[in-house]
Design a protein. Structure first.
Length: 424
């Protein structure tokens, strides 16, 4: 995976960014092997410096006249997914190799450690199950007062059976015994709150039901969640990067683990505040339908593993592919000055492609163009129009997503000297 080269063998151009040491490989004067290590990394050593190839990002040309074709994926070409619209419609072309999106059949998928690990190995998704979640505020709620409660299975006799009043103990035991929940690790039940008396003793209670002991636990104990978004947004990312430490969430997957133990130093309120960044997949030990998984986890790689990928019919007619209007050539040497959304599909953080200067990137771009573009009349009319029609993608729930906002603003630039109906 390591290629050794002399300075005369390559031409490296500095990559202008906040961090020093990144370069663009502009020219390679001698051939090199394409071997990678087990994680798919490719390194080159030039002089005393070693560089790692950034494999998560690829710049392609997708013009109106020549829609791009990017590499291979599962034996088929990757094709642009730019929507057909009034700007590019007459340039779209029919391509037989495209238009065959993955189709899946309903297949049972076991949420076990092997499946969770495969999401990271195959697709870079950080999917974990969680433990060490505590029944502390705001989760210090008696199972007798909650709609649903989760109970951990413990084989054999309870280590410390809880002393409860007979009515409460019998109500809980009856609900656990009658449950059809077949999960090997936990059981979720709904209690008759009339016959279950709330008390501090019921919080974390241990109840014997036949040969099995059940202990009341946090409602997310053993839950499987997709932490890919939290890898990016974790509060400790900046501190970890500054200290040269690995990403606090991604590091466990990189070490081959699929379980996250909630830190004892974190209050449980923090879990409640951040849980929206961790979409629920199920519970460890559950068996789910592939088609019921979150769309981000319905990957072709997993579909191949579990037999959910349908065979594409022969003689497909393909589909129309379209270019992106008014795209301009990227100049890598200028660096990554604005955020790049990579589908939250990271294996490590704190790198240049993940640099996000803030939530108003689109405003910086617009102002930069307004002040420096040579066609000042067009730019100033566009600014005026954007204030006359003050509707932005953020009003449609897209927040401050960079690409969405600048593409929308381009409508005003494109038609600044045209007609109002064209803008609409």
């Amino acid at each position: 995976a390591l290629q050794n080269g002399k300075e005369a063998d390559v031409r490296l151009v500095p990559f202008i960014t906040e961090k020093e040491g990144d370069v663009i490989l502009k020219e390679r004067r001698v051939p090199c092997a394409n071997a990678t290590d087990g994680a798919g990394n490719w390194f080159i050593k030039v002089g005393n410096n070693t560089y790692r190839y950034e494999r998560r990002f690829r710049l392609v040309s997708n013009t109106l006249e020549a829609p791009s074709v990017v590499g291979q994926n599962s034996g088929s070409q990757q094709c642009p997914i730019v929507s057909k619209n009034h700007q590019n419609r007459r340039f779209c072309v029919r391509r037989a190799s495209c238009g065959r999106p993955a189709e899946f059949r309903p297949v049972a998928v076991a949420l076990n450690e092997t499946t969770l690990r495969s999401w990271f190995v195959d697709s870079g998704r950080h999917v974990y199950y969680f433990r060490n979640l505590r029944l502390e505020e705001p989760y210090d709620v008696s199972p007798c007062t909650s709609q649903r409660s989760r109970w951990r299975r413990i084989s054999g006799a309870c280590p410390a059976a809880t002393s409860l009043d007979a009515l409460t103990r019998n109500t809980i035991a009856a609900a656990l015994n009658a449950s059809t929940d077949s999960n090997d690790f936990v059981r979720d039940i709904f209690l008759n709150t009339r016959d279950c008396v709330p008390s501090e003793a019921t919080l974390g209670a241990q109840v014997q039901v036949g040969p099995t002991c059940f202990q009341h636990v946090h409602p997310d104990f053993m839950s499987v969640r997709d932490a890919s978004r939290w890898v990016i947004n974790h509060d400790g990312n900046l501190e970890a990067t500054a200290g040269g430490a690995p990403n606090p969430i991604s590091k466990w997957a990189q070490e081959g683990l699929v379980c996250l133990n909630y830190p004892a130093s974190h209050p449980m309120q923090r879990w409640q505040d951040r849980i929206s960044q961790l979409p629920l997949v199920g519970r460890l030990g559950d068996v789910v339908n592939f088609q019921d998984l979150p769309l981000e986890l319905q990957t072709e790689q997993l579909a191949v593993r579990v037999g959910a990928l349908l065979q594409f019919p022969a003689g497909t007619e393909g589909a129309d592919v379209c270019g992106s209007p008014n795209e301009v050539t990227n100049i890598p040497e200028l660096g990554n000055q604005y955020s790049a959304l990579l589908e939250y599909n990271f294996t490590s953080l704190g790198e240049d492609l993940d640099y996000t200067p803030g939530g108003a990137d689109h405003i910086h771009v617009i102002n930069n163009v307004n002040l420096k573009a040579p066609d000042q009349l067009r730019q100033r009319v566009a600014v005026a129009l954007s204030n006359i029609i003050p509707v932005f993608p953020s009003d449609a729930g897209f927040g401050v997503w960079f690409e969405t906002n600048v593409v929308y603003y381009d409508i005003f630039v494109r038609h600044a000297l045209g007609t109002y109906p064209n803008i609409l």
